[in-house]
Design a protein around this ligand. Sequence first.
Ligand code: OXD
Ligand code: MN
Length: 584
Amino acid sequence: MSTPLESWVEKNARLMKPERIVFCDGSEEENQRMFAEMVREGDTLELNPKTYPNCYLHRSNPNDVARTEQVTFICSEKREDAGPTNNWMAPEEAKQKMSALCDGAMRGRTMYVVPYIMGPARSPISKVGVEITDSAYVVASMRIMSRMGKVAMERLGSSAEFVPGLHALLDVNPERRFVMHFPEEKLIWSVGSGYGGNALLGKKCLALRIASVMAREQGWMAEHMLILGLEAPDGKVTYMAAAFPSACGKTNLAMMVSALEGQGYRVWTVGDDIAWMQIGADGYLRAINPEAGFFGVAPGTGKHTNPNVMDAIRKNSLFTNVALTPEREPWWEGIESAPPAGMIDWKGKTWDPAQGPAAHPNSRYTVPAQQAPSISPKWEDPAGVPISAFIFGGRRARMAPLVYESFDWQHGVFVGATMASETTAAATGAVGVVRRDPMAMLPFCGYNMADYFGHWLEMGKRIPHAPKIFHVNWFRRDTSGKFLWPGFGENVRVLKWILERVEGRGEAQETPIGYVPTKGGLTLDGLALAPGAVDDLLRVNAADWEPELADTRQFLEKFGERLPKELLEEHHKLAQRFQRSVPA
Ligand code: OXD
Ligand code: MN
């Protein structure tokens, strides 16, 4: 009798017709075979073994360098269950399409079967997934990003309790690129892309889109959040989870070297991208990082912005689409070393600065989390870490003060549901375009976001010691367009205020949007801010909030009848507080 896993593999082998099937065990020997295979294929090379031992550089197809939201679908039975923010396709239609594309797709190729655990091997919060793929790069990446191979097979045994994921490269053609999710069946099916977010099915597909559906069904939370611990001078560590849209420095915050280390405040990394959280026996929301590695954006990462990650990536790391120096070391814009002569760009050609950056702007490092000097001693605790604060944030040039605390859980859910970020010049050319990205989950929620807001509201009623909810903005600018706040390691000053608020201390003033620190409430010693910068950072400007109120209302109305009434109620209350705050 075959196990459910074996039957599923056989069924898909009949469809994809590979030349051979390899069940991956996650061993070092297998890993070396994967890299040898990638080098043979011609798109991967070994980096300098003296300075970057066991590190490789992979160059992807230039048409395949980022997540493709336009071809990412939620295939629920009913269109309304995917909601207005997701692409939808009927499950039968999607399956027919994918079956036709996958018929014979692995002819002459190897089908790798990759069992993996998202989360620490012995945590009750963790889940098993199995990915079928024809990409050695995916196998090597999954080995860094999850607990892969034997350990996962041991957890799975002969049970059917795994999330199946099918992945085939096909001809890596954008015309035949789809990332499909079947939330009722908990199935993932992705073709035509080898890019991380589309092809490493444990990450965005399982740990966020499918897990968000499971979390709602089972009463827990799957969020696009980093997890960090802030250690205070008395040695006590307070854990916080934070959601930011991309390009807002999530990895840098999670791995920060604290500017207040001399005063005894230190930051520990538990995770940099995803948090799975369940209510623990102690009444706290307990979070695990389902991933085992960091898949971070390389450009902009340097000794000043993220020294911990720069340390971590010196061994056992896989780089994708970065540039290559003549010393066979990786290089990218923002690495804080001058570009050497004779650089090879991310496409494998001699770099011509007139033709654009040497590294692709979305080039990446993939590194085992345990190599980070800042990794928390609790990062693999099966029980998870207790979360005391949620932090939402985005890039807002004018609107949001440096930090504020919501009045209560329901108000905090409104703050998260209406959060937004402004596009940067680097990303689009159009500066300051506001994009609403509720809880940073817009591209990652596997069901109707109106129901997702409802789930958040429900969770607030169920968690005995619910986290306090905050909003931060590192990106406020002065009238000349200069950033008011230095960011990076100095952000610990804001985390310190959050910690004090969690403990019932921390000086704050009440404003229409929430509690904002008083000037004296923030620890600013040793920081040379421009005159008046603190006032500018903490100001709540009624005139700025008027258009914001109109825009958030329009955004919420998109969800129609399904939107929980509590969010409109919070919108109304916010408008009223502003009215009251303006003298007649
Ligand atoms: C990521 C993303 O790669 O959010 O983590 O896009
Ligand atoms: Mn992310």
